[in-house]
Structure formats: structure tokens, C-alpha cells
Design a protein around this ligand. Structure first.
Ligand code: FAD
Length: 277
């Protein structure tokens, strides 16, 4: 298999011990020569310092870092200041998001949608950043309709996004249909599939319900049947997710973005298997 353009996503660790572990995980994944590594950003201020320090570490390790950047609840002045901070750190890539406010935060803020953030970045900073946006092949959970969600995606690209990363999915038909429909609307940027390795069962099932990613019935039932047998879950997950990546690569996707969950073994296993095919 030809090596695709790869990117790896991490979340900032909350403890010094976690940050140390994450450094080791990154080194294990760098052998796969990612185009960039990204770090998630908690809306409402929960993880933002951690995001920026992880981004700075990745840059210092000689790898391009993308900072996720969400705008919900933020003022323009605050966004301007943080964009300046990232630019001064030498960051050239952002994943621009609306985000979700943690419960307990009021609404407020000067941005409503990710498209407002993309337009603001372009107006304030020109082409200083390569901007990625999120895409939802299985429809964002708060969308008024699939059509409205597709239009909202196209609006983010029209506002100045350079490329997109999808929410994870296990059914490639949803991705192919989404890309065809987006291109029919005039979207002309790469839409990179987001890949979630299967590391466990209950967390994945819970998380997928919340973010609008569907676990096909056959996968759900198999995972539930494994119970606490983590080794079998991981072996099954490796088979399923490698096959999904293989199918996507055969169809010529522009790259693969892995939600690493701050672990290297599953992603490394998938990439090694793909290379041996
Ligand atoms: P938007 O594109 O603004 O869409 C949000 C909703 O509003 C959708 O339902 C859309 O259909 C609707 N909408 C958009 N524009 C309009 C309009 N003009 N009129 C009416 N409706 C509209 N979350 C984090 O907190 N931190 C992260 O680091 C993070 N990283 C992510 C990375 C990726 C690749 C993905 C796929 C998701 C990530 N998320 C992250 C989750 C994301 O923040 C949530 O899914 C959030 O609910 C939506 O963000 P968005 O940027 O997609 O929003």
C-alpha cells in the first residue's frame, strides 16, 4: 500500500504524568511520518492552556502542529489574542470549530457557528493559517436536516476553509455519499476521513451516541458480546478498522486522520497491517 497523508489527533493531558506518557506516544507515532498532529481544544476555556503547550511541544519535536480552536462562548477580542499567540508560536494550521459549551456555561459569545470563526480568521489574519473544518457524513446531531447540515458545511468552505476532517464513521457509504453531495454543491477541498480505532466497548458506544456517529448493529452486537474481554475487542477492532481504511484508501481518499485517544498501539497496528497489504 502507498503511504497516505496521515494526521494524528491528541487531547491535552491534565496531569504531568499524562503529559509524559503522551510524549512517548507521540514518538511512537512519529515513525509513521504524519503530515501534522493536532491537539483538541476545550470550549469555554477548560483545556486551552494545555492545548497550546501540547501544540508548542509538537512544534519543538519538529512536527507540524494544528491547534483545534473553538469559538462558542468566545469574544472576538479573546479569539484575536489567541490567534496572535498561535501565530507567534509558529503554528500554521488550525482546526476551526464551533465547539460545545460544557454544561453550566451560559450561551453568550460573539460567534454562532464555525463558519463565523473561519470568516473572522480570514478577515483578521489573511492566509496566515491553513484552516481545517469538521464534516459530518452521518449528520451533526443538532442539524435541522441532513440538507441544512450539508449547506452549513459548504458555508464553512466558502468562508475560507482549506480542507475538512470528518467525524468518525464505520460505514464508508455515508462518507462517499457526503463527499459526492458536497462536491455537487461546489465544495472543492479535500475531505479527509476521521478514523476512530476501537479500543474498548462501553466508552465508544456512549460517545458515539453523543456525537452522532453510528455504530452499525453488527459491530455493536459483537462488541457487547465480548463483554470485558478487552483483548478480543481490540483484535476485532483492528480487523474492522483496518478493513475500513483499506476500503477508503482503495477509493482514493486524500488522507487519513486518526483519533488516537492518546494511545499508539491500535493506530500503529492498523498502519502496519495496511502497509503489509
Ligand atoms: P458548526 O459547523 O458550526 O455546526 C454546528 C451545528 O450548527 C450543526 O448542526 C450545523 O448543521 C448547524 N449550523 C451551522 N451553520 C448554520 C447556519 N448558518 N444556520 C443554521 N444551522 C447551522 N469539539 C471541541 O470542543 N474541541 C475540539 O477540539 C473538537 N475537535 C473536533 C475535530 C473534528 C474533526 C470534529 C469532527 C469534531 C470536533 N469537535 C471538537 C466537536 C465539535 O466541536 C462539535 O461537533 C460541535 O457540536 C460542532 O462544531 P462544528 O465546528 O462542526 O460546528
Amino acid at each position: 500500500m502507498k503511504t497516505p497523508a496521515l494526521s494524528f489527533e491528541f487531547f491535552p493531558s491534565k496531569t504531568a504524568e499524562g503529559a509524559e506518557k503522551l510524549r512517548a506516544v507521540r514518538q511512537q507515532l512519529y515513525v509513521h511520518r504524519p503530515e501534522f498532529c493536532s491537539v483538541t481544544f476545550g470550549a469555554g476555556g477548560s483545556t486551552q492552556d494545555g492545548t497550546f503547550s501540547a501544540v508548542a511541544e509538537i512544534q519543538a519535536e519538529g512536527v507540524d502542529a494544528a491547534s483545534h480552536f473553538s469559538c462558542i462562548g468566545a469574544t472576538k477580542a479573546r479569539v484575536r489574542e489567541q490567534l496572535g499567540q498561535l501565530q507567534a508560536m509558529g503554528v500554521k494550521r488550525l482546526v476551526a470549530l464551533r465547539g460545545d459549551l460544557p454544561s453550566g456555561y451560559g450561551a453568550g459569545g460573539e460567534f454562532q457557528y464555525a463558519s463565523d470563526l473561519v470568516a473572522f480568521i480570514r478577515a483578521e489574519m489573511g492566509d496566515a493559517f491553513h484552516i481545517e473544518v469538521a464534516a459530518y457524513p452521518e449528520v451533526h446531531p443538532q442539524a435541522k436536516s441532513p440538507e441544512a447540515d450539508l449547506q452549513a458545511f459548504a458555508a464553512k468552505v466558502k468562508a475560507g476553509a482549506n480542507s475538512a476532517i470528518t467525524q468518525y464513521f464505520f460505514n464508508s457509504d455515508a462518507y462517499f455519499r457526503f463527499v459526492d453531495d458536497a462536491y455537487a454543491l461546489g465544495v472543492d477541498v479535500p475531505v479527509v476521513p476521521g478514523i476512530m480505532p476501537i479500543l474498548g466497548s462501553s466508552q465508544l458506544l456512549r460517545f458515539s451516541d453523543a456525537c452522532g456517529a453510528e455504530i452499525p448493529r453488527w459491530i455493536r452486537l459483537r462488541l457487547q458480546a465480548f463483554g470485558d474481554d478487552t483483548a478480543s475487542i481490540k483484535a476485532f477492532g483492528l480487523d474492522v478498522v483496518t478493513d475500513l481504511c483499506d476500503q477508503l484508501l482503495t477509493a482514493g481518499v486524500p488522507g487519513l486522520h486518526f483519533y488516537t485517544m492518546n494511545q499508539s498501539t491500535a493506530v500503529g497496528g492498523i498502519l502496519e497491517r495496511l502497509r503489509s497489504r
